[in-house]
Write a new protein. Structure first.
Lengths: 207, 207, 207, 207
């Protein structure tokens, strides 16, 4: 009986993590997909009708890559998570909240051809999402201890800190020249496109 | 053969619960995400264009938290559920029905700057969702017996009853002063933000 | 080695069925949720603004119940399915195609206060979905043999045939009096609200 | 301890593949469903109101079948995949990106009654999705080696190459006569409707 209960709680603890992952995947999958609804079908059928959609298409592609990066990193992070608690759940929902505003700022920036305020708003949402991700990471490490696999894998988190600095810089710079901010957003995307080698190396080492 | 069949039915009973959880997670994930479609991209690109969106943004944040609480509590409740039946399935769909009206009342209340009737409608949908949750809980306990883990964990359900009372009060009070109702909605959210310690304690005790 | 491979293919066959179930659940969960987007947020904030929404709300509730029934029955049917093949996959996608038109006919019937043609169109989509469900069921039984658990559980399928007859009758009757058709739609929903006792009894017997 | 860790990493590697599949299923399920939102509910309630919807309905059905084919082939391909890496993840997201534009080109082509440019755009998105699928397939085979189960099952990939050629031909031909392109799109769909017998045969052989 005691053995059965222990096996049961272990199994459900595993399911619990799985349900959080599945929920997050669901929200990110929906976000990445409903963004395309902002690409309104144009009235005309000639090339001139597609022209105004170009900035929106580029913003859509950028946001798609960002959400893909978050999904990828989320995936990698929870790969080395064994169990979760209520605080981790809420830190995760907090991250999803800021990510859920991506379609809104994508549409606003894209439809207005990278005007200053929408460009700054895009950076603000991205900064808040990055901060939320850092909080989630810290919450998990606090739950598992600094010597846990995630704690060891993350270390100084240079990429995370650098991204936050670049977003913070892009917000005021959008009012100087919006292309500086756009260049910074693309730079952050490029920094993250490669999955975190620290965690990958750790997983490979364990095998 | 007999052993194999028994193992199979056990496995599928587990999958059955998993499929109900996955379906509920899917619906809640979609609801929490399509709500953002009510935040229509503004025409202008200055601060004045964002102003009218503020009440909608606040309502969106409140509804996001509410749906997060439902997901969290749903998660906790099914953590201690072993098997389900047809009645539990329909009680669960009944809960999802009222939750599915959240984007509608969120948009109506937010776009109309917390006017009395939309504010009362918001409370009515929340009250009906709270009642549906209570029915679902009671249906599960009836299926498992009052001495089941969920029955013992829920007990008097003070928080559930208090929330229903506050929602019921908020509906008429919206016609006196809508800010009283809004304050009540925020109060209910704060009451629930912490995951149910009764169930958490039970899970910890079993480990 | 041989044992490992056999174990692997068995595990993936199980996953394969799981992936079809998860995909179907995903589509049904999205359909049941995006239908609420047809409930457009009204401009006004008084009772008069809600009036025109009443038929749409009732249609939404009816379609919600229908999709819930399909999810429930789909769930029950695949409960007794052991493996799937390509034909079952396409029969399943065929069912999802007709179900995916539910939000469209729901919006058309609801916005036009149950006018004859939209009411008939609603019945036509429901009839085609019912036929698709019967085809899916027959495809699974052909794959598993008539003496399989599903074959034995389904039997003469009186409820399935009765539903198709009622839908087929409701289509022309919508041009006589649309309320006859609406009454038939509600009748079919009531027939199915109880999960199939034949399959439930079989599952209980096996335990 | 060493045994436990090995078992754990194997289990998570399996989950990792499962999470990629679940995410892809989620995105495809959402795409296949939100496409129906392009079928705007008509104002009128007579047959004349449905007329303009016919080309949109046919395009919707075609895109539904295409996405069904992608889901089906994706399913079959990952059936014989044992583990994934970062490159496979990004190759998969790249495929999902082009698929995510399906609702946009479906709406544009359908609403404009198969006008030349929208018809060519539909083919361009389909060609890019087909190329992305080929890249994903090649990335998996490179990861697993040419003698892997997928490498042996895919072989020369005649159907994949033929589809790309037909899409590439359909793009310029849309400006000659759009019906040629439409006929080519239907042809590609018919080629793929049957699930890949090479992989099915291999799975059957292993059993």
């Amino acid at each position: 009986m005691a053995v059965n209960t222990r096996r049961y709680t272990r199994a459900t603890a595993f399911v619990t993590k799985g349900r959080l992952e599945a929920f997050s995947d669901g929200v990110i999958a929906i976000l990445i997909t409903i963004m395309v609804l902002e690409l309104h079908v144009p009235r005309g059928t000639d090339m001139a009708a597609l022209g105004p959609l170009l900035p929106l298409f580029l913003t859509y592609a950028l946001s798609f890559v960002y959400l893909g990066i978050y999904w990828n990193n989320h995936h990698h992070m929870f790969h080395v998570v064994d169990s979760i608690n209520g605080k981790i759940m809420w830190a995760n929902l907090h991250l999803l909240f800021w990510l859920s505003l991506t379609p809104f700022v994508t549409g606003w920036m894209g439809e207005n051809h990278f005007a200053p305020l929408p460009t700054a708003a895009y950076g603000a949402v991205m900064l808040l999402a990055a901060i939320a991700y850092t909080i989630l990471q810290a919450t998990i490490i606090r739950h598992q201890g600094p010597h846990s696999r995630l704690g060891a894998a993350v270390g100084g988190d240079v990429k995370g800190k650098l991204s936050a600095v670049l977003y913070a810089a892009a917000i005021p710079l959008a009012f100087v020249d919006e292309w500086i901010s756009d260049a910074l957003y693309v730079t952050v995307a490029l920094i993250w496109l490669v999955p975190d080698p620290r965690i990958e190396a750790r997983i490979a080492a364990e095998r």
